[in-house]
Design a protein around this ligand. Structure first.
Ligand SMILES: CC(C)(COP(=O)(O)OP(=O)(O)OC[C@H]1O[C@@H](n2cnc3c(N)ncnc32)[C@H](O)[C@@H]1OP(=O)(O)O)[C@@H](O)C(=O)NCCC(=O)NCCS
Length: 170
C-alpha cells in the first residue's frame, strides 16, 4: 500500500528503511509512550526484525511514515480476534524532529480510512497512556472520541499509569 499525502507518504516498510528506522526510533521520548515491544535502545537487529514482521503479514497493516524519502515514523493497525475481529487498535509514532507539523494526524486519518474501507472494520481504537496530550489531540483531530479511562492499566518505565481509550466507529 502507498498513500501520498500532503505532508508525508505512508507506505509498506522496506528493507532499505532499517537505518532510518533506527535513527528515529531510538529515542526514549518516543518509546516511553509505547508498549515495551518497542524497545529502547532500538538496535539495527530490532529494525530488521520489525521490517520482516511487518512485510510478511497478510494483510499488511503496519506502514512506514515517510518524509523526504526517509522512513521517520510508523503507523499500524493491530487486528483483533474472535468476536472482536472487526475491531483494530491503531498505533503510531514519529521521530521527534518531525513533531508538531500535523504529520501524525494526516497519517492516522489515512490509515483509519484504510481500516474501514479496505479491511471492513467497524471500530478502530487507541489506548493513550495518561499524560500523552499530543497523541490524544491527534486522535481528536482525526475524528476519534474519548470513551474511557482504564485505571492503572499500564506499567511503563516503573510507573503505573491510566490508559485512555479513544475510538471511531462507522
Ligand atoms: C504522538 C505523536 C505521534 C504526535 O505526532 P505529531 O505529528 O506531532 O502530531 P500532530 O502534529 O499531527 O498533532 C499534535 C497535536 O498535539 C498538540 N500537542 C503537542 N504537545 C502537546 C501537549 N503537551 N499538550 C497538549 N497538546 C499538545 C499539538 O499542538 C497538535 O495539536 P494542534 O494541531 O491542535 O495544535 C508524536 O508526538 C510521537 O511520536 N510521540 C511518541 C509516540 C506516541 O506517543 N505515540 C502514540 C501512542 S498512543
Amino acid at each position: 500500500m502507498r498513500w501520498d499525502l500532503a505532508l508525508c507518504t505512508v507506505r509498506n516498510w522496506q528493507n532499505s528503511d532499517a537505518d532510518s528506522l533506527v535513527e528515529h526510533a531510538n529515542d526514549p521520548a518516543v518509546s516511553s509512550r509505547l508498549r515495551d515491544a518497542f524497545p529502547y535502545p532500538y538496535t539495527a537487529a530490532d529494525a530488521h526484525l520489525w521490517i520482516e514482521f511487518a512485510s510478511s503479514a497478510e494483510p499488511v497493516t503496519n506502514f512506514a511514515i515517510v518524509v523526504d524519502g526517509q522512513a521517520v515514523g510508523g503507523i499500524g493497525l493491530r487486528l483483533q480476534e474472535d468476536v472482536h475481529r472487526r475491531s483494530a487498535e491503531i498505533g503510531y509514532w514519529l521521530g521527534r524532529q518531525f513533531w508538531g507539523r500535523g504529520i501524525a494526524t494526516e497519517a492516522v486519518r489515512a490509515v483509519t480510512e484504510f481500516g474501514f474501507t479496505t479491511l471492513d472494520l467497524c471500530r478502530i481504537y487507541a489506548g493513550v497512556f495518561e499524560g500523552n496530550a499530543a497523541s490524544a489531540r491527534v486522535l481528536e483531530k482525526a475524528g476519534y472520541t474519548y470513551e474511557a479511562r482504564l485505571r492503572k492499566a499500564v506499567f511503563k518505565n516503573g510507573e503505573i499509569l491510566d490508559k485512555l481509550i479513544y475510538a471511531v466507529v462507522r
